[in-house]
Design a protein. Sequence first.
Length: 237
Amino acid sequence: MQKNMTLLQHFVELRRRVMWSLVWFAAAFGIGWFVAPALQEFLTRPLLSAWGDGIMLYTAVTDGLFIQFSLAGLFAIFATVPAVLWHIWGFVAPGLHAPERRFIGPVLIMSPILFLAGTAFAYYFLFPMVFAFFIHMNESAPVPAAFLPVASNYLYFVIDLLKIFGLAFQLPLVLILLNRVGILSRRAVIKSRRYAVVGAFIIAAILTPPDVISSIMLALPLWALFEASILFMKKEE
């Protein structure tokens, strides 16, 4: 996109980039349709690793189709995000000043990286402990009980947790962005540290399942990310 383009040319350029993003999404959805079974096995692995002889329920005739469709869409969304970010950068970069490009570019790169870091943290560290805890609580019920989780409900639960942790790991970018545009000073962030710690545990308690492990496992990274963001903020004179 050139700076001297007319409004109509800007609109045509934007439409072209949107169309390419939609084409990318459609192609990714087609790939995701074949990847969905492997993705379902991957997402179910933390539960079955903690529950070796367990089985999951399909409660409707269409469950298998619906799950595959949903996972294909999920795969397409994740696969399309880098392309969308690239098109956003290609559209806005020519209109930015050099300091803005040096700041916005790394933000667009780091955002998906931090999101993946959050989901990886949830998958490899949180899930094994949480599912072992839940299974133990169900199996030690004081009344006769059969633990047979519904496959679709489990996948919704897991995907929601992954999204929560991925979005939570965006905290440093949000704080640094507010600092660079002059809304939030580094000194004010440092002074609010004690409140940020309390806030991290409150937010974690609200967003995660009602167990202590999940809350702590989200609150501690939020606290660490808050502290890390201070290192990249502009220091006041």
